[in-house]
Design a protein around this ligand. Sequence first.
Ligand SMILES: *Cc1c(COP(=O)(O)O)cnc(C)c1O
Length: 411
Amino acid sequence: MTTTATALPAALGGTPAFPDGLPLTVVRIPRREEVLGRIDAILADGRLTNGRTVAALEEEAAGLLDVPHVVAVSNCTSGLMLVLQALEVTGPVVMPGFTFSATAHAAVWAGSSPVFAECSADSLTLDPDHAAHTLRNVGGTAVMATHVYGTPCRVERLQQAADRSGVPLVYDAAHALGSRRAGVPVGGFGAAEVFSMSPTKVAPAGEGGLIATRNEALARTLRTARDYGNPGDYDCLFAGLNARMSELHAAVGLASLSGLTERVAHRGELAAVFAEEVKGLPGLRFPVVDEGDTSTFKDLTLVIDREEFGLDVPSLATALGAEGIDTRRYFHPPVHRQKAYRALGQADRLPLTDALSAAVLTVPLWSHMTAGTMRRTAAAVARIQDHADEVRAALLGGAHGPHQDVRPAVE
Ligand SMILES: *Cc1c(COP(=O)(O)O)cnc(C)c1O
């Protein structure tokens, strides 16, 4: 296969970088032998839920995250709901508008409501100053922050803000299984942190979530909460959920945890390869991961300054699509502007988040992607930027419009 880049981007008739297509992510499925032994044991044992495999996953995760308690749940959304319920948070929850919708949904399902705050322009994680400002001026009974793309939040200043207002701090750590803040694993910050093991995340179980906490009483309540609120004698203490993780999911999850540290390191190397390749390109930057921190790079997201880059995000996405490269606008629209939250009347409160949300584009990265694939992806972005004016003109209705079926001239 000849994939040598021609001078022209595919949007202008050049050879696509990936004629067969490059998906946004490819789930790393554990090898059969990593899973089958455990599945056989589950079937022999006859316990499909509430068994030894979930307990083993919890123990393994607690070791990896360096926290005393991990409670496995059916998914991250239910985990966040149960944490808010267990902390008796029923008032407004200060959270970023720049997050996945499930962060806000969890608050609503827990009987609370979101109060949206800005993210920091550099890191795209919840801005501690704006969170504090929102707590003081709008009010809030908890703070829920997201480690966006696996970038650890500025946890020290968020904790200060929460402490000053006397409210609990909870983390949506869906993206951050394997992230570190100044060398310390994400998982032990705030009152609790909730990870996702859904297929698009870094360590899939099929579906699943992990709640990490240093608080023993909270962990005990959460174990009851995921089991309908039943402490064991069917005299339910509160209205819990069925949010158990099944034994079969735990078997897959355990296999996904093995080698996670190495895979996270590889993802970081891939992100560095991309950054090196596009170094100096005008109008392109990356969310800042603080010096000494580790991100899982659950997503590799570009922040595009449309004036300097010469193209806006939809045009860049179309031009990358012509190269065969799949992209997503994570997160656009931001949650505070989604239809589900319009009635809150907070749509116009976050101008910075709006601008950043319009500027982000996520490009492909997965745990077993090669550096060569990453280099070719970055080269395609650079090629498009080199021809930004022509690409823009072409997309505005020229000979190589966005809807033209662009095929490689040579294969
Ligand atoms: C995926 C995701 C969730 C939801 O996780 P599930 O395990 O699918 O419930 C929550 N928050 C963020 C930031 C996510 O990306």
